[in-house]
Design a protein around this ligand. Structure first.
Ligand code: PLP
Length: 467
């Protein structure tokens, strides 16, 4: 006790600390107030440690170093890039699709400058915010007209509010989807002020079920893509063309929530095809909507395509203003969509398709490259193992992509500790734990991330003592 109170008295005051050259440098680099506050926090922490009985020298240098570390931590953005080693390509918690270079550049330019967002440079008068993107969307999908909102949930809300408010929409019981984060089709319908009429059963819905449900109050027939689950076995559902035909006979629009909205076929990547945007329109859907950041590989956005009269009603709707996308999103989306004027170009430039394209041989090579960067002194058993990646993000449900991982089994650290230490790196690394091993799935690890990943593993697994 004697010992600790004399040690406590030896802690320099904040004023004394601030007079020292090292602290002066901190005050210059940040600000005198920030430096003083950090020194106070560091000194308090030291005081608590000494009171807790730790034998620590209360020297000024240590407090100033701690204060510097605190200031550096405070500078770090909490929103930052992470290394996705989960093998889930469209991980909603990790921001879904990484964008193409040209899309990121377009967003950056839009952010840094004034833009012609609502200004027509040809006439010098007010322009249409959605004009340019409409033209590209019409070009690449063949749709009559198009609009863009904040995300696909917003798109559904707008579509239903503009087309069916106060009326009835008919949907199959097998398609009442819940997307993660409490987005449920029936709830969106209620929010849009329309009444849901469910038809058929969970596993089987026939055309006659829709037919019988149509009445005076019916405003639309709707189809929702089961984007995050599969109904297998004894099943039946109605095709886009059959449902559209029925809708048109009754003078109703057919609305289709595609979820992912693939513009490229997925079969070349060994996946079952998702409903295609172009085909859905060609088969008669009057309005389709989908996300910008799922299989499209662009920014978060909701894209609505379809017959001009329905799109016009949506544009005039008061919700349009509340749900509209900003200039950075529109710039990034336009750049992404332009790539789709040539499917091969899109597949080459959009990172998602690059990741899908990697063969197991190539993935194994990259896993070996990571393994090769780890020193022999590392305290873990590391191997290259086959594993299963997945598309995720409400796309290609239930389908597994063969992949390759580096598996890490630490020799003197609990697996969960390693998992958490990886997350606590300056660039957090998100791995996955599978059967008593930590897996780093190479399908979602980008090439430039292999070296920093190896560095982090080395740091964590060669430290003298694990705290
Ligand atoms: C993902 C998805 C949504 C929601 O899209 P967000 O862009 O995340 O708002 C809506 N409907 C379906 C069928 C989906 O798959």
């Amino acid at each position: 006790m004697e010992q600790s109170s004399s040690t406590l008295r030896a802690i320099p005051s904040i004023g004394q600390l601030l007079d020292m050259p090292a602290a002066q440098r901190l005050a210059g680099a940040y600000s005198p107030t920030m430096a003083a506050e950090a020194l106070r926090v560091a000194a308090d922490a030291l005081r608590s440690q000494i009171l807790a009985g730790q034998h620590i020298q209360p020297d000024a240098e240590r407090i100033i170093n701690d204060a510097q570390a605190l200031l550096q931590q405070g500078q770090q953005m909490s929103h930052r890039p992470v290394i996705n080693a989960t093998g889930v390509l469209l991980h909603t918690n990790l921001g879904r699709a990484p964008m193409a270079e040209c899309a990121a550049e377009a967003a950056k330019q839009a952010a840094l400058h004034y833009t012609n967002l609502e200004f027509d440079c040809a006439t010098g008068s007010r322009g249409d915010r959605l004009g340019p993107i409409q033209r590209v969307l019409r070009d690449i999908t063949g749709a009559e007209d198009a609009l863009v909102v904040n995300n696909n949930a917003a798109a559904m809300l707008l579509v239903l509010s503009a087309i069916a408010k106060g009326q009835v929409v008919v949907v199959s019981r097998g398609e009442l989807v819940e997307i993660g984060g409490s987005f449920r089709v029936p709830d969106v319908m209620a929010q849009s002020g329309c009444t849901l009429v469910e038809v058929g059963t969970t596993n089987k819905t026939r055309l006659s079920d829709y037919e019988r449900a149509i009445g005076e109050q019916t405003a639309a027939l709707m189809k929702v893509h089961c984007s995050n689950y599969q109904i297998v076995g004894f099943t039946e559902s109605v095709s886009v063309s059959a449902l559209s035909e029925l809708a048109h006979q009754r003078n109703l629009p057919m609305i289709y929530d595609l979820g992912s909205g693939a513009l490229l076929p997925l079969a070349p990547y060994g996946l079952r095809d998702e409903p295609s945007v172009r085909d859905s329109l060609a088969q008669g859907a009057d309005v389709v909507c989908f996300s910008g950041d799922k299989l499209l590989g662009g920014p978060q956005a909701g894209i609505v395509l379809g017959k001009a009269k329905y799109i016009a009603a949506m544009k005039k709707h008061p919700l349009m203003r509340a749900l509209r996308a900003d200039k950075m999103t529109l710039a990034a989306l336009e750049a992404t969509l332009r790539l789709y004027r040539d499917d091969a170009l899109a597949a080459k430039r959009i990172p998602l398709y690059g990741m899908l394209q990697q063969t197991e041989g190539y993935l194994a090579q990259r896993a070996e490259a990571l393994l090769g960067l780890l020193p022999s002194s590392i305290r873990a058993v590391c191997d290259v193992v086959p594993c299963q990646a997945q598309v995720g993000g409400g796309s290609a449900p239930g389908e597994m992509l063969p992949s390759m991982a580096v598996s890490v089994a630490p020799t003197d650290m609990p697996l969960n500790t390693l998992y958490l230490r990886l997350i606590n790196q300056d660039t957090p690394i998100i791995a996955r734990i599978h059967q008593d091993r930590l897996l780093l799935d190479m399908r979602t690890v980008r090439s430039h991330e292999i070296a920093p990943l190896a560095q982090s593993l080395t740091t964590i697994l060669t430290e003298k003592e694990h705290p």
